[in-house]
Design a protein around this ligand. Structure first.
Ligand SMILES: [Ca+2]
Ligand SMILES: [Ca+2]
Ligand SMILES: [Ca+2]
Ligand SMILES: [Ca+2]
Length: 403
């Protein structure tokens, strides 16, 4: 398994050295910071937004004559503007950022002035990191039938940022590619294999109105025009693509409604689902579901469910649309923000589970370690289906989900 970084949020925040910035609004309009026009980021040589003023509406890898001279700033753009101690957006010596300001508002940065580059971004994460999680997988010797969006043998992920952009991150290179914006309106997103009949893994998403959509995949990391599946899905607390649970070769969907009933929607292979079947009740105690494919080694896809006490349960699929007696994987899983099961990610041919932690995750006995991506390697056995986790990267902070 290739690790792509081990830094973590605490170290990232420690890199913010530009100091606490005090925002203020002056009493006199049309002077001082009011001189900064809408659509621009402005800097002044005086720390009360006086003296000479510079303005820019785009990133500046170097500052020219303004290098290390800016003592006050006003951000009248709709972007976040990152300020770096070094040129070329190098974070090593420190950086800070300015969110958009109201007219006349400025922030002061006491001397010595240190700004040597400026970068316009959509999310604060992008001052220091790409807008998607750092993902790499190992090539799998088997075709899992899901997880590998662009069909090159490497399991891929979809990473949503806080601005609502969705990124395709190929496991082969980790070089994310923008799928598009507007995805923050989706209240559930899940994928596990083909739904349209062309053999390529598609994406399911529920919007805030409760409509469920299929986004047919191109097989190259993009998606075609979406297809309407149906309305009323806001009755569901969780929606999880589960693979072929019924054994007919078509991938199915699981949904737990708000009264705790778990439903199976059998896939038709033609972008629709057949009449739903009740799997069982009591699922309102589950705070996460994940369809990892077969973990137990019998070729039937299984289901993982985390309850509100933090226990993770394995429900072995029977291949007939039902599940056998559950087994406990372990406790402490409330420290996970995201579960993503994208097949075999460490290249041993067995399906694995990946997670991203929240701030309950402990390292060395101390909580507060959000944004760690963990790999739980599958054993292919129902007895102990997942090995102890491996920390892959600590740089999955300030994102809005991994799918
Ligand atoms: Ca791939
Ligand atoms: Ca099926
Ligand atoms: Ca199984
Ligand atoms: Ca594996």
């Amino acid at each position: 398994m290739r690790r792509v970084g081990r830094r973590g949020l605490a170290a990232a925040v420690a890199g913010v050295l530009l100091g606490a910035l005090a925002a203020a609004v002056p009493a006199h309009a049309a002077t001082g910071a009011y001189a900064c026009p809408k659509g621009y980021f402005c800097g002044w040589t005086g720390d009360d937004a006086t003296g000479s003023m510079m303005k820019t509406n785009k990133s500046m890898p170097t500052m020219g004559s303004w290098d290390n001279r800016i003592l006050a700033v006003s951000n009248r753009t709709t972007s976040i503007v990152c300020r770096y101690v070094d040129a070329n957006y190098v974070v090593a010596d420190g950086y800070g950022y300015e969110r958009p300001d109201d007219p006349g508002a400025w922030s002061s940065n006491p001397a010595p002035a240190t700004t040597s580059s400026l970068k316009f971004v959509k999310t604060t994460r992008e001052c220091a990191e790409p807008p998607y999680g750092p993902w790499l997988s190992e090539k799998s010797p088997v075709k899992a039938g899901f997880g590998d969006i662009d069909r090159d043998g490497y399991a891929d992920v979809l990473s949503r940022d806080l601005a609502g952009r969705l990124w395709f991150v190929p496991g082969s290179t980790g070089a994310g590619r923008l799928i598009g914006g507007g995805w923050n309106s989706m209240t559930a997103m899940t994928r596990h294999g083909d739904l349209t009949g062309d053999g390529i893994e598609d994406l399911l998403a529920r919007d805030s109105a409760g409509d469920l959509w299929i986004y047919p995949a191109t097989g190259r990391g993009g998606y075609l025009s979406r297809r309407f599946v149906g309305g009323g899905w806001n009755a569901m607390a969780r929606v999880t693509a589960g693979g072929d649970l019924t054994g007919d070769g078509r991938n199915d969907l699981l949904a737990a409604d708000r009264s705790g009933k778990l439903w199976l929607y059998p896939g038709t292979g033609h972008s629709h689902f057949g009449a739903r079947r009740l799997v069982g009740g009591g699922w309102q105690v589950m705070s996460a579901l994940s369809g990892p494919g077969d973990l137990t080694g019998d070729k039937h896809p299984d289901l993982l469910a985390r309850d509100t006490s933090g226990k993770l349960w394995l429900y072995p699929g029977t291949g007939r649309g039902t599940f056998g007696a559950r087994t406990l994987i372990g406790t402490g899983w409330n420290a996970m923000e995201s579960f993503f099961a994208v097949g075999d990610t460490d290249g041993d041919g067995r399906n694995d589970l990946n997670t991203v932690t929240n701030d309950r995750y402990k390292i060395g006995g101390y909580a507060g370690n959000l944004g760690w991506q963990l790999l739980y390697r599958g054993t292919g056995s129902g007895k102990a289906a997942l090995r102890s986790p491996v920390q892959q990267s600590g740089e999955w902070w300030e994102l809005n989900g991994t799918f």
